[in-house]
Unconditional design. Structure first.
Length: 159
């Protein structure tokens, strides 16, 4: 029982450290100056400036998917009311389709351990290719919110 308690305590500490790292990033970017610089880099389609801003944070996300993750967070904060398309990985994938999802994820450097049925997929080249191969289920709902399309494309910032 003591070993389990120790593992739980380590999990709690690790989780707290990860949240603190995210909090530090959001605190600095949450200033008028930080937000202005970040928005300017995104709207100006300047990946060098964008990476200069975000790469200095020790974020608790895999290095490979770090840029995409940050962009997804930023896109979810910069919302505009509209009809949204919500896309998820198909729930009835065959073994061959599962391999296709993994291959497409690898091609787009999207971190996927295993394709999870019903997992929501963010807009971008990865989703576009999933749609092309009929591996995503997309629905449109009224009153949802969707990201602004004024920001530079993912592939310019995250390649």
């Amino acid at each position: 029982m003591a070993a389990v308690d120790s593992d739980i305590e380590r999990l709690n500490q690790d989780f707290a450290q990860r949240l603190m790292a995210l909090g530090a990033m959001f605190s600095e970017l949450g200033t008028d100056e930080g937000a202005q610089r970040l928005l300017r880099s995104l709207v100006a389609d300047d990946p060098d400036e964008f990476h200069e801003i975000i790469d200095r944070y020790d974020l608790p996300v895999p290095e490979l998917g770090r840029c995409v993750w940050v962009r997804q967070v930023l896109d979810s904060v910069l919302l505009t009311p509209n009809v949204a398309e919500v896309c998820t990985i198909l729930s009835n994938l065959t073994p061959q389709q599962r391999l296709m999802v993994l291959a497409i994820a690898n091609k787009h450097t999207v971190f996927v351990v295993e394709p999870v049925a019903g997992q929501q997929v963010a807009p971008g080249p990865f989703l576009d290719e999933l749609k092309e191969h009929h591996l995503a289920d997309c629905t449109t709902g009224g009153g949802h919110r969707r990201p602004l399309n004024l920001l530079g494309p993912y592939e310019r910032f995250c390649v």
